[in-house]
Ligand binder design. Structure first.
Ligand code: SF4
Length: 224
C-alpha cells in the first residue's frame, strides 16, 4: 500500500534528523532578537545578519524601547551589513509601531494572541511577508506556524511532493495538515530543510550521490 503524504513527510524528517541532529534554532537570546533577525534575513545570507545583529547589540538597540527610540537613520547604519539597509530599517520601524501600538512593546503580550488572528495582523504590517511572519510566529513566539522558503520549495519539488506551481499558503498547508501541529517539530523541520539545502540539495548541482534522501527522491531516481 502506498504511504500517505503525512507518513512520507515524517520519514523525510526522520532521515534528516538522524543525518544532521538537532539544529537548535533560532540562534538568538530573546524573542525580540528573533523577530529582528527574521526581518533582517530577507534576501541575504545569515552571516550578514549576524554582523548587523552584533552591531545593534553593541549599541544596546536589541531591546524594544531602545529600538523604538532610535532614529531610522541610525538603525540603517548599524544594519548595513545585512543589505537593503534603508528598506530594512523602515521595516523594523514599521514592526516596532505595530509592537507598541497593539501590544505596548511586549512580545509576551503578542504571544498571548491567537495564532491565526495574529498571523493575519502581522501580515498587514508593512514590510512583513509570509515567510517573515511565520518565522516570527514559530521561532520568536513558539506558535505552530510552518515556515516555507525557497529551500522548502526546491527540495520538496525535487523529492516529488510539489509540482512547482503551488503558492506559499498551499505549501504551508501541506505541512501543517499532514504533520502533527507541534512547535518543536515545525521548528526542527524547517531548520533541517535549510541545512540540507545548504549542504546537499544545492540550487544548481545537487549532490544526489551523497544525499541521505536519494532513495526517496524523484529527482535522484530520474537522473540515474
Ligand atoms: S537526492 Fe538530490 S535532489 Fe533529492 S533531496 Fe537529495 S540532493 Fe536534493
Amino acid at each position: 500500500m502506498a504511504r500517505s503524504t503525512g507518513s512520507r513527510l515524517t520519514v523525510v524528517y526522520d532521515v534528516l534528523f538522524s543525518e544532521y541532529g538537532p539544529r537548535d534554532w533560532w540562534p538568538a537570546e530573546t524573542p525580540f532578537e528573533v523577530a529582528v533577525g527574521a526581518i533582517l534575513t530577507q534576501n541575504t545570507a545569515w552571516g550578514n545578519v549576524e554582523k548587523a545583529i552584533v552591531n545593534l547589540k553593541s549599541r544596546g538597540f536589541l531591546e524594544p524601547d531602545a529600538m523604538r527610540n532610535a532614529s531610522e537613520r541610525v538603525i540603517a547604519g548599524l544594519i548595513r551589513p545585512s543589505g537593503y539597509f534603508n528598506l530594512k530599517s523602515k521595516k523594523l520601524k514599521s514592526f516596532m509601531d505595530f509592537l507598541y501600538d497593539e501590544f505596548g512593546g511586549s512580545m509576551e503580550s503578542m504571544k498571548r494572541e491567537r495564532t491565526g488572528k495574529l498571523r493575519q495582523r502581522l501580515l498587514s504590517v508593512w514590510g512583513l511577508g509570509p515567510e517573515t511572519v511565520d518565522s516570527i510566529l514559530l521561532y520568536a513566539l513558539e506558535k505552530p506556524s510552518f515556515v516555507v522558503d525557497a529551500y522548502t520549495r526546491r527540495m520538496f519539488q525535487r523529492i516529488g511532493f510539489l509540482e512547482g506551481s503551488e503558492g506559499y499558503g498551499e505549501i504551508k498547508s501541506l505541512f501543517e495538515e499532514k504533520l502533527p501541529k507541534d512547535v518543536q517539530l515545525f521548528n526542527e523541520y524547517h531548520a533541517l530543510i535549510v541545512e540540507h539545502c545548504k549542504r546537499m540539495c544545492l540550487k544548481n548541482k545537487p549532490k544526489c550521490n551523497e544525499c541521505c534522501l536519494k532513495m526517496r527522491c524523484a529527482h535522484a531516481k530520474s537522473s540515474v
